[in-house]
Design a protein around this ligand. Structure first.
Ligand code: HEC
Length: 132
């Protein structure tokens, strides 16, 4: 190896080292934390629902105090689906079934949302339980 190619070789070694250390630095970044109930609610339900005492309904009724509430019972909200007639009371189980497929549970409902992932449903439901 002459001087020139030795220099080139050294430069390549340094470049490889830099690439390798940068790559390993990326692997060291911790995985992002799983979104909590408040974040999930805001992303997945917040366009259509509020869960606070103050504020008017959006496309869907307020979910403030939804736990223990009879379906279809928010005064002044014009439900489309047969909520009141369903006799359902909202709790962890009924909400879980509902969020999996609202149309399968409430006849005629227009709520355009379904969540197939149990962990996401349960995180949102646990958070909703505290909003009262
Ligand atoms: C695209 C808008 C939209 C999204 C997103 C949405 N909803 Fe709804 N939701 C509605 C509408 C509209 C109704 C009323 C449906 C009707 O009258 O048929 C409703 C009804 C409900 C009801 C029944 C309330 C009652 O008073 O009986 C619950 C519970 C509910 N939604 C929970 C949720 C949750 C929790 C999420 C998020 C995981 C969510 N919804 C996402 C639009 C939405």
């Amino acid at each position: 190896m002459n001087r020139q190619s030795a220099k080139v070789f050294a430069a390549i070694v340094v470049a490889c080292f830099l690439v390798a250390t940068r790559a390993s630095a990326q692997f060291a970044v911790p995985a992002p934390a799983k979104p909590d109930g408040a974040t999930l609610f805001s992303r997945q339900c917040g366009t259509c629902h509020i869960a606070t005492a103050e504020g008017g309904p959006r496309q869907g009724p307020s979910l403030y105090g939804v736990f223990g509430r009879k379906a279809g019972s928010v005064a002044g909200f014009a439900y489309t689906g047969a909520y009141a007639e369903s006799g359902i009371v909202w709790d962890a189980q009924t909400l879980d079934t509902y969020l999996t497929n609202p149309q399968a549970m409430i006849k005629g409902t227009v709520m355009a949302y379904r969540q197939a992932a149990p962990a996401i449903r349960q995180t949102i439901i646990a958070w909703l339980k505290d909003q009262h």
